[in-house]
Ligand binder design. Structure first.
Ligand SMILES: CC(C)(COP(=O)(O)OP(=O)(O)OC[C@H]1O[C@@H](n2cnc3c(N)ncnc32)[C@H](O)[C@@H]1O)[C@@H](O)C(=O)NCCC(=O)NCCS
Ligand SMILES: Nc1ncnc2c1ncn2[C@@H]1O[C@H](COP(=O)(O)OP(=O)(O)OP(=O)(O)O)[C@@H](O)[C@H]1O
Length: 272
């Protein structure tokens, strides 16, 4: 089964591309890290308890006439996501530190949930599955993917306009902090291209309208399908040992690409 890692930066169009990929003619199953990241911090979960222990009750929805002190289910009041967001998004040291703590709580739980969802897709006989993960590179999940697809915009203004139009509740400062909390999408696009051709890394450019985006997705999927045709996926499905060998080989290739990328970044930094 081909793991397609779908990533980008905030408001560059990942969800829009993911809904195209889940519809005909592609009809691919999607494992959405943002959805899982919400599930693993629902009241009553280990993640929820760890967040409240670290950040305190100020990151919970306040108690009110409609919100009981112990929450609607008795397991605690839900997280006040914008309030928690204000503590973790941004460039200042405190925000960075808080983000690292939150990531340390949420990411391992998300990775576990993803592993089980991918295993279910494999046993259901799917030839490919999309891992929709905003922090694919940062969480080093790209190492497990046969293909990485980055949804990117060349013009940062387009990204900010789309973010402000979609999330009207965000102030300009909130929006800027969120953009700064994620790596530059053009760097992610370059890193994706560094994985090499033959469908290993494909960039979907999304500066224009939705029709152009659909065409970009079609082009990217043709490249992926040419490199990993259906008969190949079926052969791997029927022969699990071969799937393990190919998976290990892919993993090793990806580790080598990441080492090359880390050295390249080090050289760039040394030049500055
Ligand atoms: C801080 C939280 C509560 C804010 O929730 P809110 O509903 O307001 O925003 P949402 O989750 O939709 O995120 C908005 C944007 O920020 C990005 N983002 C979320 N978490 C992070 C993070 N830790 N680092 C960088 N970007 C992030 C998202 O991918 C998205 O593009 C939430 O983002 C969270 O729990 N983040 C930690 C978990 C995480 O890393 N999720 C990303 C996928 S695993
Ligand atoms: N080509 C396009 N033309 C016009 N609007 C677009 C286009 N692509 C995406 N959008 C809009 O831009 C906004 C951001 O897109 P989307 O939600 O898909 O991004 P995202 O990368 O999933 O964001 P996030 O990381 O915040 O979840 C949405 O309102 C979406 O409808």
């Amino acid at each position: 089964m081909l793991l397609i890692g779908l990533t980008g930066s905030i408001a560059t169009g990942k969800s829009t591309v993911s809904s195209l990929l889940s519809s005909p003619p592609y009809s691919l199953p999607i494992i959405d890290a943002d959805v899982l990241a919400r599930e693993v911090v629902e009241p009553g979960t280990k993640g929820y308890r760890a967040i409240v222990a670290h950040f305190g009750p100020s990151v919970l929805v306040p108690a009110s006439d409609t919100m009981p002190e112990a929450g609607p289910t008795g397991k605690g009041r839900p997280l006040n996501r914008p309030a928690l967001g204000r503590q973790v998004f941004g460039d200042e040291p405190t925000a960075r530190k808080n983000r690292a703590v939150l990531n340390g709580i949420v990411h391992p739980a998300v990775r576990r949930a993803m592993f089980f969802a991918a295993a279910r897709a494999y046993f259901a006989g799917h030839r490919a599955v999309v891992l929709d993960v905003p922090l694919l590179f940062e969480g080093r999940l790209d190492r497990f993917c046969g293909t990485v697809m980055v949804v990117a915009v060349r013009d940062p203004k387009v990204q900010m306009q789309r973010l402000r139009a979609r999330d009207e509740h965000l102030t300009e400062e909130d929006a800027e902090n969120r953009v700064k909390s994620q790596g530059d999408v053009r760097v992610k696009a370059a890193r994706c291209q560094a994985r090499g051709g033959r469908g290993r890394g494909v960039v979907v450019w999304n500066d224009h309208g939705r029709e152009e985006l659909a065409m970009e997705v079609q082009r990217a999927m043709s490249e992926i399908e040419a490199a990993s045709p259906s008969w190949w996926s079926l052969a791997l499905l029927l022969c699990p040992p071969a799937a393990v060998v190919i998976g290990t080989w892919n993993f090793w290739q990806n580790v080598r690409t990441n080492r090359y990328w880390a050295k390249r970044e080090e050289r760039e930094r040394a030049k500055l």
